[in-house]
Design a protein around this ligand. Structure first.
Ligand code: ASP
Length: 311
């Protein structure tokens, strides 16, 4: 029986045990487990890796704890603009959306762009029009509101700074996380997806790495599926996800070796804080980061399973 596997992340950054209450940690762990189950159930029924990463990412987008979909951070203008992407490693098809508002599950919109349009990427109001045309769920602003996110943004509103969700503190509370998933299905196909609200107080239509194919997301059956999280700008400049694939394809490195080069060397040299998850066609899973922590988890048909937060 071929092995199938799924891995997810809920963001990386300054995630420290001392900033977390037991109660909150439990909620995060539950959120990660629920998302893993959602993806794993698809794979167990013989579903595709693309459907599995969609299911896992939708679960995280619906969870207000994570910076994607419902829990997206506020931009400088007080709006929440979301980015997402998905890639199918079996045919190198990809879909991405940037700076879109009010879409409940941006990963579903990215998937619709991949499967129902001749394009790879759509942005802003045009992307919203496309979503409505294809019956993708849209929600009012209130759906995306949480007092925590609002306070987080208020703290930065006067400045021109933008901050990684993970690194903005509000009183004794902290919430983290761009989300992503990678999967290998029973037919040996790989897929990856990433979704985010971006950085708190972002402005000028800033878009990070998450919807950029090759930077935040990449999948290729010959190498690996990768989803990244962290400070988007260095991740874009390092073409991070594709670089892992290239190191495997052109240099013959293993997934673990390739990811280590990118996360612990190349990104560090660009001041790129964050991490990534990856899977390869043999069912290996890697979850590496150069920050204090990364919300993460994996489950495989050969009984491997893990949910972790700190280093
Ligand atoms: N990579 C995302 C961005 O820069 C942020 C994150 O991973 O939390 O938009």
């Amino acid at each position: 029986m071929p092995v199938f596997t799924i891995a997810i992340h809920g963001g990386a950054g300054t995630i420290l045990k001392q900033d977390m209450t037991d109660e909150k940690e439990l909620l995060y762990r539950q959120g990660l487990s629920d998302a893993l189950d959602a993806g794993y159930n698809v794979l167990q029924k013989g579903g595709t890796s693309a459907d599995a990463v969609r299911a896992a990412v939708c679960s995280l987008e619906d969870n207000i704890l994570f910076n994607a979909g419902r829990g997206s951070v506020f931009g400088k203008d007080g709006h929440q603009e979301m980015d997402a992407s998905i890639m199918d490693g079996s045919n190198l098809m990809a879909g991405a959306v940037a700076a879109v508002r009010n879409v409940r599950n941006p990963v579903e919109l990215a998937y619709a762009i991949m499967t129902k349009s001749p394009h790879v990427m759509m942005t802003g109001s045009g992307a919203l029009d496309f979503a409505k045309l294809h019956g993708i769920s849209v929600e009012a602003d209130e759906y995306f509101y949480s007092d925590f996110r609002y306070q987080q943004w208020k703290q930065m509103q006067g400045s021109d700074e933008a901050a990684l969700d993970h690194n903005v503190k509000v009183s004794d509370d902290k919430k983290f996380g761009t989300v992503g998933a990678v999967a290998l299905d029973i037919n040996g196909n790989l897929a990856a997806a990433t979704s985010t609200g971006g950085m708190t107080n972002k402005q000028f239509g800033r878009v990070g790495d998450s919807p950029i194919i090759g930077a935040g997301t990449y999948a290729n059956n010959n190498t690996c599926a990768i989803s990244c999280t962290g400070h988007g700008e260095p991740f874009i400049r390092a073409v991070t996800a594709y670089d892992v694939s290239c190191l495997m394809e052109y240099k013959g490195l293993s997934l673990r070796e390739a990811m280590a080069v990118v996360v612990h060397d190349k990104l560090i040299r660009l001041d790129g804080e964050g991490g990534m998850i990856g899977a390869d066609a043999s069912g290996n899973v890697e979850m590496q980061f150069n920050s204090d922590g990364m919300y993460r988890g994996m489950r495989a048909s050969d009984e491997r399973s893990e949910v972790a937060i700190y280093k």
